[in-house]
Design a protein around this ligand. Sequence first.
Ligand code: HEM
Length: 144
Amino acid sequence: MQTLFGIPIPHIVLVLEIVVLLALLIGWRYGASRMNFKLHHKAVYLVVLFHILTVGLWMIPQSIERLAVMMSNPIMFWYQIVHDIVGILALGLGAILVIIFLVKTGMPLKLLKRTRPFMFLTIGVWVIAFVLGVYWFLIAWIWI
Ligand code: HEM
């Protein structure tokens, strides 16, 4: 297992992903749902920053390396394939929402109402990607 400062990288990534999910949930519960959009925005920026590290620098390169093995037996590695697809969807939706609110400044109420279902969709697919990532971690490093 590759390490960073003596700590296995998958363990670091798992902790960062837990922090990210908590930030998203806190940003939603105490931020967006109470109209405290500053808190919500801070949570989203933290998520973007951490995901550059976890997904951009670690997961995607790992995924590319494993692509041939994964595709050689899609039934056996179903959770990896679904994780990657759902993860890309979650990140894509998140990026679109961030761009929309960067372009349309001032957070108009109409736009907030329109984008709300997409925010729920994003958090939904995000949680699925997270659960499958944890399942993958357990299979790869703990159960075997
Ligand atoms: C919202 C998006 C995502 C979340 C919440 C997420 C979450 C996780 C978690 C919790 C793990 C377990 C930690 C670990 O083993 O390192 C993991 C592992 C992994 N994820 Fe993701 N992930 C996301 C997106 C993606 C994407 C887009 C890809 C690639 C296309 C990807 C590829 C991987 C790979 C290859 C691993 C195993 C890495 C290893 O061997 O340690 N993930 N993910």
